[in-house]
Design a protein around this ligand. Structure first.
Ligand code: NI
Length: 226
């Protein structure tokens, strides 16, 4: 399931990101790439342990963990700290799949990357090219979103970023280990949650609501890994 979640960051938070990033020291993005991805990756990144990456990463983490749509669609167990990258003209990231397991840079845990997230910080007017293209069983999906918007997709997907032909594209990306490992289970829970929310809105006193809501929680209890 691929999902666009609008306005995860406010305009003020996007401005703060841009402000910090202008002064930040960027390094070659290959430092965090796996072997295959490293061969096709050509971009810049904020060092994971820099003060800038930590500050902005905490801001993004707080924003997504408060966002009801992200919580419902991802059912997060563990977030790998958000990272920030920049593509200038000519830069690109060829076809790859993200590494399955990441060692958390601070806590003594490993994170299984179930869900990939890309948060757009540059406005689409700031650059040409730079689409995130994600392959799934229904074909190829090209994504370029307004500043502050997020897209999530299964980390099992092949994906790439098309070459930048003008300007710079700044973004944030991170992975989440979900309580629900199986993407089809995760999608079913999300669909059921959205249907219950819709029914609650349209027919608040519907007599089947308690049973439906209970069914959601019983499925979550059945499938969740903690
Ligand atoms: Ni990737």
């Amino acid at each position: 399931m691929m999902l666009h979640i609008p306005q995860v960051l406010t305009a003020e938070q996007v401005a703060r990101c841009k402000d910090v990033m202008v002064r930040a020291g960027w390094v070659d993005g290959n430092i965090t790439a796996g072997h295959q991805a490293g061969r096709v990756k050509n971009n810049l990144q904020l060092p994971e342990d820099s003060a800038e990456a930590r500050e902005l990463g905490e801001m993004v983490r707080g924003a997504v963990m408060r966002h009801p749509m992200f919580m419902s669609a991802v059912l997060p167990l563990q977030l790998y700290p958000p990272m920030f990258n920049r593509y200038d003209a000519g830069m690109t990231f060829g076809e790859h799949i993200d590494n399955a397991i990441r060692t958390h840079p601070v806590q003594p845990v490993r994170v299984r990357t179930d869900v990939s997230s890309t948060l757009f910080i540059s406005s689409p007017d700031d650059y040409d090219g730079g689409e995130l293209v994600v392959e799934d069983t229904y074909g190829s999906h090209s994504v370029k979103l307004p500043a502050g918007d997020l897209v999530i997709y299964p980390a099992t997907s092949l994906h790439h970023v098309t070459p930048i032909t003008r300007g710079s594209r700044i973004g944030c990306f991170f992975w989440t280990q979900s309580m629900i490992r199986d993407v089809s289970h995760r999608t079913m829970l999300f669909d059921l949650d959205m249907a219950i929310i819709g029914l609650t809105r349209d027919v608040p006193d519907h007599p089947s609501l308690p049973a439906l809501t209970g069914h959601y929680h019983n499925l979550l209890r059945q499938w969740a890994e903690m």
